[in-house]
Design a protein around this ligand. Structure first.
Ligand code: SIN
Length: 536
């Protein structure tokens, strides 16, 4: 088995991963692994943009205040202030990569607005902000041939010293990695491992996330003993296009920021009945209102109405959304746009500081994989790419001082296949995959109850046992790795939801509709890594 040595092992190629790699390459050897192609990540699909206070009329305090309100009492204010305060430096990092954010005819930033924001503070590049950023960062990466990039490389599990039989405190020293093209397994041995694998939207049947969002970083960190926080707070984006042929296409919240209103299928507005802020209320409220309207009327979808803005504006401001809707026979300037809520963002994750430190030495987490305390119980729109930029920047700064600490020299045992044989029952994987996603949607969705959560946990535990048997009976494949991670995330979400006896932010339960006076984050300890345990 090949062992690759480096100072920094970055896992993931969205904004948090690429930015981490670019910063860290200045201080040590970086290896970056991503399970598909570089651009196969959530960042690439971000439409709305990136929050940053750019308008002299706006202020950092106002942005902090909006973030705290959306976070419903669970944000860590110090973290919010730090990240909001560093956002401008993060934006400059992107501009240095060549990203051009939109400006008006007068040359000033063309700032967008989204739900929960009291001011226009969203930098965007049309309605394909994520794609523009991802392309620019990948171009920048190509100018750094010293960064060793491994595409089609899926992390199986982290290498931790206790499992390797090394005495002393547990420490992460890299990971076993599967080359998904050759099926070879190698080890990456690193002084520091940085998880930037995004979220776990695929745990739900309906999601606007790409197929890669299977919660890999959260699951492998948990299996290595790292602490996980706030997994019950899954954000459902209120407005995913509802069309039989549209797979996970988002109608950006920026569309509501420019005046679209939520209406029923007859064109009647309904949001004022739920919140005085109407269609621009925070996402948790809007998603629940849509869910409630759909349940009340039996309609399979609600609609967005932005016809008043006219064709010229819509084509200029939302060229991608306008074009995509037309492909599906929907003319935004003339028709209502059918929408449904879908899983979008994981506000919880691997507990980490703003500079990426997790509870497991040698392991950092950045971007959506991490739970820093910025989002609390509900993320403010467009705060996520900002967090990815800032956590990557601050983590690299902290780790720079470790570069001289030296690479680990602990021998890594060969990957053992044991009695495993080539899989010949892929149908089992497909079935378990579908079952998890369906039960999470039905039992652990926008509105929860104790009874549904208990049912979900029961099923997930059985599924995890079956997955474990399958995992040990058959040689690892990309599908089994994703399934195993998805099941762990599903269980972490359910167990976190069961611990919260109140309705707060994105966690809404009919059994506890009120709120407790002194809320705490939900902490789940990592899987106990006691001693030598076989990896395979
Ligand atoms: C959107 O464009 O609506 C998504 C923005 C976000 O989730 O931050």
């Amino acid at each position: 088995m090949r062992t690759i040595d480096c100072d920094f092992f970055v896992v993931g190629s969205g904004m948090a991963g690429l930015m981490s790699a670019l910063h860290l390459s200045k201080v040590g050897k970086v290896v970056l692994a991503t399970k598909r192609g570089l651009a196969d990540c959530n960042t690439n699909f971000a439409q709305g943009g990136i929050c940053c206070v750019m308008d002299p009329e706006d202020s950092l305090d106002a942005h902090v205040a909006d973030t705290l309100v959306a976070g419903a009492g669970l944000c860590d204010e110090k973290v919010v202030r730090r990240i909001v305060g560093e956002a401008r430096a993060g934006i400059d990092d992107l501009i240095a990569c060549g990203v051009e954010f939109a400006r008006g005819a007068d040359g000033r930033w063309d700032l967008g607005r989204e739900g929960g924001h009291g001011a226009r503070r969203i930098l965007h590049a049309g309605d394909i902000t994520g794609e523009k950023c991802e392309t620019a960062m990948i171009d920048a990466l190509r100018h750094h041939p010293e960064i060793e990039v491994h595409e089609n490389s899926a992390v199986i599990d982290l290498l931790v010293t206790r499992r390797l039989g090394v005495r002393g405190p547990n420490r992460c020293i890299g990971a076993y990695v599967l080359d998904t093209v050759t099926n070879e397994i190698c080890a990456v041995r690193a002084a520091e491992t940085i998880l930037a694998t995004g979220g776990c939207g695929k745990v739900y049947l309906y999601t606007c996330n790409p197929d890669t969002a299977t919660g890999d970083g959260i699951a492998i960190a948990w299996r290595a003993g790292a602490r996980i926080e706030n997994m019950e707070f899954i954000q459902f984006h209120p407005t995913c296009l509802y069309h039989p042929k549209a797979k996970r296409f988002l109608i950006s919240e920026a569309v509501r920021g420019e005046g679209a209103i939520l209406v029923d299928r007859q064109g009647e507005p309904f949001m004022q009945r739920y919140d005085a802020r109407g269609s621009l209320a925070p996402r948790d409220i809007v998603a629940r209102a849509i869910d409630s309207e759909m349940k009340r009327t039996g309609a399979p979808y609600c609609c967005l109405d932005i016809r008043a803005k006219g064709r010229t504006f819509l084509r200029r401001r939302f060229p991608n959304i306008y074009g995509k809707c037309l492909e599906f026979g929907i003319d935004m300037a003339r028709d209502l746009i059918p929408i449904v809520p879908a899983a979008h963002y994981c506000c919880g994750g691997v507990k980490a500081t703003v500079d990426g430190r997790t509870s497991l030495p040698g392991l950092s987490a950045v971007g959506e994989t991490a739970c820093t305390g910025l989002h609390g119980a509900n993320r403010l729109a467009s705060n996520s790419l900002m967090e990815a930029l800032v956590t990557a920047r601050l983590t690299a700064r902290r780790l720079a001082s470790h570069a001289t600490a030296g690479r680990p020299r602990i021998p890594i045992p060969d990957w053992k296949t044991g009695r495993a044989v080539a899989p010949d029952e892929a149908v089992l994987v497909a079935h378990m995959w579908d079952e998890i996603r369906r039960l999470m949607w039905d039992y652990v969705g926008i509105v929860r109850t104790d009874r549904r959560l208990a049912r979900a946990l029961h099923r997930i535990k059985t599924l995890r046992r079956e997955i474990r048997e399958y995992y040990f009976d058959y040689l690892v494949t990309p599908d089994t790795l994703e399934l195993r991670n998805l099941a762990v995330c599903a269980e972490l979400i359910v167990r976190s939801a069961q611990r919260r006896h109140e309705s707060r932010g994105l966690h809404y339960t009919l059994d506890y509709p009120g709120q407790v006076a002194h809320p705490h984050p939900t902490v789940l300890p990592g899987f106990p890594v006691r001693s030598r345990t076989e990896y395979s």
